[in-house]
Design a protein. Sequence first.
Length: 368
Amino acid sequence: MATIVESRVIDLTKYEDWCLIVLTGVLTTPSMRIGFHSDDFYILRLSEFNNNSVRIQDAIEISCKSFGLNHVYELVTDFDPVLLFIPLMDSSSESLKSALEYFDIALHFINQRYRWSIFKYLQWDRDHGLAVGVVCSSKGLVPIESKKKDFSAIIKPIENDFWAWMISCGCRDQLPEVAFKFFQSSEWRRQATLAGNSTQRFLFNWLAIESMMLAHEYNESAFIRRLCCLVGYPRGADSKKIRDNETLNFVYPCSDGNSKKWVSAIKEMNETRCKIVHQGVSEVNSVFLTSRKLDWFSLILTKMYMLISKCVIEISCNKETKDINIGEFWDKNVLELLYDKEIGILLQYPDDTILEMDWEKVDLNRLI
């Protein structure tokens, strides 16, 4: 079997086992390679499989219906469905499950490239490692079957850039320390975007930030130091480094009174995280947690994740800094990237980085 992508024929017969997973998306989504050019990971259209498209479509129909998506099947197939092509180690259920888990994070990286895209599998039974699609092996085309139901939508394409590098190196365990930490962080951020309630969303967003910490810094004082730096109110050693470096500048005057407020907010977030993890509290079973307060926390953490991602992209795209350790990242690079007088991220994009302290009045529609 063969197909054509980016004006070249892709020989799919060189793989004994592979799968096609159905994605949702706009009708104009082009076919593309994801990852580096040495990788055969593709987003394809069904029609590009030429003579084999009918057999694939029939298998997709069985898969859709097994997921309870009878009402969706005709909509999907009538508009030339978008498929994610993944080579597999073998056709076992374990191999498929691992591939789905990894490429779910890869889709998150694609989404990061285009802020408003929300690439997802058409339906994913994560517990059993199954998604709407087909597996091709020596047994032929076999529909992936399950019984769970859900459905969502998707939007845009990607280019070969930082996110492509993350996808390619991530699946080979070749990421440097900072990028690997960001990979771990992104997995939790992905879970936050899929969370079903405010408690889960907050906890997963917090873990996304916590995953970026140094091994010995999983404590309140370290959280306060690092997170205050992200919101524009560096403390202690970080504040001194900015003061002593003429190329750096503070974003806000230290005397404006907000520094102590941010310390209190970060303490409260850490305490809330501990209560959820160790006491099992939630907005449902506790009078002390409210959905609005948790969503405000999530808004703050989402902005922090976006700032961290900008810093990770900058150091990863620079050969001189790509292999630094996580300590250097926080102690040197984050400060320089956020507070540089000329190109500092916090100074360049104040409207995107400033957050209101009044959580009862803040516009939570900005929650991503």
